[in-house]
Design a protein around this ligand. Structure first.
Ligand code: SAH
Length: 339
């Protein structure tokens, strides 16, 4: 491992010793790495030390930016990060009025198989390490101060539990983010949701529901074969009780599939009495998937129906539509697959 960000105190101390330098250099290395400063620009280190580190292939971060595209429409920046083994993952920096939010990938590819998502077309390649996820955030922060982190890039974070929890811990401890400013999105792995609710740095939880009943959900999300909508909602309620944080449900509106008034009624019934929030987003069409997003009128009708039934909801803007904003699209294009 040649990234400083991945080294613990003992490993940093050993590296400093190997360079023949005094112990305090370890702290300097850590601070530089957390800011993403390239080794050759670590100006308070002696030149021979920097040269040795560069010659040994030591870098600050465990990812490097291979492509960066900024939307002319909304300023969203999409990154393609290369990992040390040559795999690539995506990350996105979204700019809002209150600051910037970084969306990170937690796995290369994804094993969950959702029928509308580009990330899972080739299955899961591997899990990311906590240091790789942290590197995505630090690399993106070069474009603007980061106030929020969302684990909503490619991958299922709860299918990479230990590294994900360690990543969240480091966001809080090393970068000083509040866990209230970190949101983790899951397709609904119920046992892992329970486990997460007991973590010291339990983040805001977002659950991808996308369908109001098991029959429809099974058609687009294989995970629905394992957990029913009722089980997922019950786990979300337990999360709310354990953390006192409002849970958010993601619901992507797919034309003619889950966007009818009947579906809105069923969804309201599932969430009745649960003080949660629903994020509605028009499906971002992925060519291979053959599914279309609902039109504007259908989105508004669905949202109004939920509101009338007492379900708090927001229609989310689609950011970065001109830069392959949806999950996995940019990576596929880069790898030669059609977006
Ligand atoms: N595996 C996690 C997080 C990654 S996906 C999860 O399932 O929640 C982040 C969000 O984007 C999820 O809600 C996912 O369902 C949604 N998503 C994936 N592809 C999409 C698409 N083409 N259009 C709209 N939303 C999409």
């Amino acid at each position: 491992m040649s990234a400083l960000i991945a080294l613990d105190d003992a490993a940093l101390a050993a590296l400093v010793k190997e360079c023949g330098q005094p112990a305090f250099r370890a702290k300097q290395l850590r601070e530089y790495a957390l800011k993403g400063v390239p080794v050759e620009k670590m100006s308070s280190l002696p030149k021979p030390m920097r040269e040795k580190l560069v010659a040994d292939g030591v870098a600050s971060l465990a990812v490097s930016v291979v492509q960066k595209r900024t939307s002319a429409v909304d300023g969203t920046t999409k990154f393609l990060f290369a990992l040390e083994d040559g795999n690539v993952v995506e990350g996105v920096l979204m700019r809002y009025e209150y600051g910037s939010s970084v969306c990170v990938s937690t796995q290369v590819g994804c094993a969950m198989g959702c029928k509308f998502c580009a990330s899972t077309l080739d299955g899961k390649i591997r899990d990311l390490t906590a240091a790789e996820m942290l590197s995505e955030v630090i690399a993106a922060a070069a474009e603007g101060a980061v106030n929020h982190v969302v684990l909503m890039g490619s991958g299922e974070p709860l299918d990479n539990y230990d590294q994900t929890v360690e990543f969240i811990r480091r966001l809080c401890v090393d970068l000083g983010l509040s866990r209230r400013h970190i949101a983790l999105s899951t397709c609904g792995l119920c046992e892992a949701m329970d486990r997460l609710s007991r973590e010291q740095y339990a983040p805001v939880l977002t659950v991808s529901l996308h369908a109001p009943d098991d029959e429809l959900r099974k058609r687009i999300m294989p995970i629905a074969l394992r957990y029913s909508v009722k089980q997922v909602v019950a786990a979300a309620k337990r999360y709310f009780e354990a953390t006192s944080r409002r849970v958010i449900f993601e619901y992507s509106l797919i034309d003619g599939f889950n966007d009818t008034i009947e579906c809105a009624k069923k969804l309201a019934a599932q969430l009745k009495g649960f003080p949660c929030h629903v994020n509605l987003i028009r499906l971002n069409p992925v060519k291979e998937r053959g599914l279309a997003g609902s039109d504007k009128t259908a989105v508004k009708t669905f949202s109004d129906a939920l509101t009338a039934m007492g379900v708090s909801n927001t229609v989310r803007r689609t950011l970065g539509a001109d830069i392959d904003g949806a999950c996995g699209q940019l990576r596929r294009k880069y790898l030669g697959g059609e977006p």
